[in-house]
Design a protein around this ligand. Structure first.
Ligand code: CP
Length: 315
């Protein structure tokens, strides 16, 4: 593995899961691998889990870590051939070259603007890094994908659901703010790569991008979708039409213990952060259905497996 932008960068998903399980069993076994190496994490947006888990993963592998809040840096220009006489002080060409001269791996978080769908789906920030970087790039959640989250989702599902062909449901839930589609997009992409069909349930108008729906099905009735479900993955996303708007805050879509009781004793997953009693009710999130903390912990071992593979490939 060189870059980790999407599931397409994973040559063998089962092997990667086995590596994550090995990291979980013996987190400090490969401390020598990253000795003398530096990972630089660039955050254009806030984070709790991704920042801490990726830092810790790199440290478990013996790496040094520098994490930068991009509010402390210059405003960057990502378009080529522009006259930089406005607010952008540094071009990605220079920035990428300079960071590559210090770092062995670069990891980036950059959310969408949620103003212009076409522009956001170019995924320009991380793609520009991939274009100009001579060092491996890790996606810490880009405008349209969150592969580290999806990898942890898959590992947690495998740990908590031993059914060979589980019924997996991705359910939209209400949220007061417009949120990206990245987690849902990546979840669908990873489940497809792992051979799973997902039932996606959401209010009409919240369709996800066709390219991520390959192999999955839509059920507009949440109650029908939940029947016999083994996994309930909950996430809000904002609509593609009416882009960046909050069109529905229908509280009937909130996940409750009562809804979970009408599943096949489903495990409840959410990437976090979650707004309690808006997205998921207390009685669901604090129930035995919930595997949200196990999922958050698995962010560490899955990130470690990715960094391990990149270090091995570039040793
Ligand atoms: N799930 C997730 O990516 O969490 P953070 O935004 O806190 O990193």
């Amino acid at each position: 593995m060189n870059n980790f932008y999407s599931v397409q960068d994973v040559s063998n998903l089962d092997e990667l899961i086995i590596t994550a399980q090995a990291m979980k069993a013996h987190p400090l076994k490969h401390q020598a691998l990253g000795n003398g190496k530096l990972i630089v994490l660039l955050f254009f947006n806030p984070s709790l889990r991704t920042k801490l888990s990726t830092q810790k993963a790199a440290m478990n592998l013996g790496m040094q870590v520098i994490s930068m809040d991009m509010k402390d840096s210059w405003a960057w220009e990502f378009e080529d051939g522009v006259t930089m006489n406005k607010d952008k002080a540094e071009h990605i060409k220079e920035a990428a070259n300079v960071i590559c001269s210090y770092a062995d791996i670069i990891a980036i978080r950059s959310f969408p603007s949620l103003k212009d769908k076409k522009e956001d789906y170019r995924d320009q920030v991380i793609r520009s890094f991939i274009k100009y970087s001579t060092k491996p790039i890790i996606n810490l959640e880009s405008a349209i994908r969150h592969p580290l989250q999806s990898f942890a989702d898959l590992l947690t599902m495998r740990e908590h659901c031993k059914i060979e062909k589980p019924k997996i449901v991705l359910s939209w839930a209400p949220h007061p703010k417009a949120l990206p589609q990245a987690v849902s997009n990546s979840f669908l992409e990873w489940m497809h790569a792992a051979g799973h069909q997902v039932t996606v349930t959401y209010p009409q108008g919240y369709e996800l991008d066709e390219s991520f729906m390959q192999g999955h099905q839509v059920e507009y009735d949440q109650e029908k979708a939940f029947a016999e479900a083994d996994i309930i993955y909950v996430k809000n996303w904002s609509p593609l039409s009416n882009y960046g708007q909050v069109v529905s805050q229908d509280a009937n879509w909130m996940i409750t213990a009562d809804k979970l009781s009408r599943t096949n004793n489903a495990k409840l997953l959410h990437c976090l952060p979650v707004r309690r009693n808006v997205v998921i009710a207390d009685d669901a999130i604090d129930s035995d259905h919930s595997a949200i903390y196990q999922l958050a912990e698995n962010r560490l071992y899955t990130a470690q497996a990715v960094i391990y593979n990149i270090l091995k490939a570039n040793a």
